[in-house]
Design a protein around this ligand. Structure first.
Ligand SMILES: Cc1ncc(COP(=O)(O)O)c(C=O)c1O
Length: 317
């Protein structure tokens, strides 16, 4: 256990990467950008992250999906750990079982661990709307969280890994926090004893988010046609990732305009930790939270559509 999975990433990243005694830098590889923003400052050294751009496949109904670009994925000598969130914050992507197995094989071939950030995954909180199987073996470090069960304040992180990794993490825990807090584990324990944990995930948590995401997509389509806005296929997690391929301004500028009107959506370029080259796509995307009530979503999307239309109008003039 760690005090939140966020602290587990900090421990693990700096355990497996950073500057060694001989001065060489080992780095963390994110095989599929965009990735979780919370990784970006978790390295004690500069340039500790490397990321690979995805392949984009266009789907029906104005949706798209990112895939790992294995042809360009390079696991160099300097890589100490491969890390992927599944489901992914910000995109809602769930890398396929096949992609996960390929990453697992690649990690073992290069003798580095594969960290799977399962904060939204299976078996709990189970925020996955597609077919996906969990994977574990002694080379995989599986990180889980109590936060997305509705318990972010108890700061409960769980790491499932081989004994040497757990021993090292126990030592780090001892040095940094003496011991992880016990309230989260006590609550989880009694939920498991009552048979509530998986039942609540299946009957309450997942249906709630499924309903909300469907409503939010229907709302987006009332205001923004696919020619203006593509939506990453929502396969899990609690966000929608919107892509505006022809937007004449950056999503950073759009964010500023939306903020002035009381709408907060996060500009996409923050979600590319480790991507070394500039990629225009990263400035064409926004992350939105789809959880607020329907009326708030409707108002926010209406303002978003107005601002997108205004940006297009201004460039025509
Ligand atoms: C993908 C992902 N992993 C991990 C976390 C952090 O979770 P925790 O609250 O357990 O530190 C988050 C939080 O938003 C997240 O989105």
């Amino acid at each position: 256990m760690t005090n939140g999975s966020q602290s587990a990433f900090f421990y693990l990243f700096n355990l497996f990467a950073g500057r060694g005694e001989d001065g060489t830098l080992r780095r963390i590889l994110f095989p599929l950008a965009p990735e979780y923003l919370g990784y970006s400052d978790a390295g004690l050294e500069e340039n500790m992250f490397v990321a690979t751009k995805p392949i984009i496949s266009l789907l029906a109904d104005g949706q798209f999906k990112y895939h790992v670009d294995f042809a360009h994925l390079k696991v160099g000598e300097d890589i100490g750990l491969i890390c992927v969130s599944r489901p992914t914050n910000p995109t809602g992507n769930v890398i396929t079982d096949e992609e996960l197995m390929k990453l697992d094989a690649l990690a073992r071939q290069h003798q580095v661990p594969l960290l799977i950030d399962n904060a939204y995954g299976l078996p709990f909180p189970g925020l996955i709307f597609t077919d996906a199987r969990p994977l574990w073996n002694p080379n995989i470090i599986l990180c889980m969280s109590l936060s997305k069960l509705g318990l972010p304040g108890v700061r409960g992180g769980i790491v499932i890994a081989g004994e040497p990794v757990i021993r090292a993490l126990s030592n780090i825990n001892g040095i940094i926090s003496l011991a992880p807090g016990g309230i989260g584990p006590a609550m989880l324990n009694s939920m498991i004893r009552r048979g509530d944990l998986l039942r609540l995930c299946e009957e309450v948590i997942r249906p709630f988010y499924r309903r909300r995401v469907d409503e939010a997509i229907a709302c987006i389509r009332r205001w923004l046609p696919p020619e203006r806005c593509l939506i990453h296929k929502p396969e899990g997690a609690i966000f929608l990732w919107l892509w505006f391929p022809d937007l004449p301004i950056s999503t950073d500028a759009l964010y500023q305009r939306l903020k002035l009107r009381g709408v907060l959506m996060v500009p996409g370029h923050y979600f590319f930790p480790g991507l070394e080259q500039e990629w225009h796509h990263s400035r064409q995307c926004l992350r939105m939270n789809y959880v607020p009530e329907a009326e708030k979503i409707e108002r926010g999307i209406a303002i978003l559509a107005e601002e997108v239309a205004r940006a297009h109008r201004e460039t025509v003039v």
